[in-house]
Design a protein around this ligand. Structure first.
Ligand code: AMP
Length: 174
């Protein structure tokens, strides 16, 4: 499987969820065992020597591949959820969206200062979501943070929203 082959399988949906957005629908890749396997093995290869102890998946499309990589790396999985979904004590981070603000949360006991964290989401667009997730993880004082994606939309320059000291890696670029 190559980057080019996967690109031919990911479905582009114009004007979803609103006019002007070219939505990259990854469900057409997730439904295929060869693509699922490619996502998992390529990400695992990229992070196997980094000493990752926790893989964080961002709700909800980050939940699909993150746990499979966590298992392969021998790391734990931590969900980053939208406000009000986690039942125990949480740490929060709010961030600006196009309309109003949003809040994401992690359980307070899910991370500790000796963790090496790989944050995962399906796609990097403007970078607002990952920036908030990084700021949230920083509150735990962890050793190191990595940011990983299946797809990156280069023209939106989401990497610029990601501060110094966080290494970014995406499997597929548009
Ligand atoms: P952003 O915060 O702008 O980087 O947006 C990233 C989040 O929005 C990810 O969780 C994606 O699932 C979703 N997203 C944004 N733009 C797209 C797009 N063009 N196609 C698919 N998902 C998108």
């Amino acid at each position: 499987m190559t980057q080019q082959e996967i690109k031919g399988i990911i479905r582009n949906v114009p004007d979803f969820p609103q006019k002007g957005i070219q939505f990259k629908d990854l469900t057409t890749a997730f439904v295929r065992p060869d693509c699922l396997n490619w996502f998992q093995t390529e990400l695992t290869k990229a992070y196997q020597d980094k000493g990752i102890t926790k893989v964080l998946g961002i709700e909800s499309r980050g939940f699909i591949i993150a746990p499979t990589v966590a298992m392969a790396l021998g790391a734990g999985f931590v969900p980053v959820r939208k406000k009000g979904k986690l039942p125990a004590e949480v740490v929060q981070q709010s961030y600006l969206k196009e309309y109003g603000t949003d809040t994401i949360e992690i359980h307070k006991d899910a991370l500790s200062p000796d963790d090496v964290v790989m944050i995962h989401d399906d796609l990097l667009a403007t970078g607002g979501t990952i920036e908030a997730a990084i700021n949230l993880v920083r509150k735990f004082g962890v050793k190191k943070i990595y940011a990983s994606f299946l797809v990156e939309l280069d023209a939106l320059e989401g990497r610029k929203a990601i501060g110094e000291g966080v290494e970014v890696y995406s499997l597929i670029h548009y």
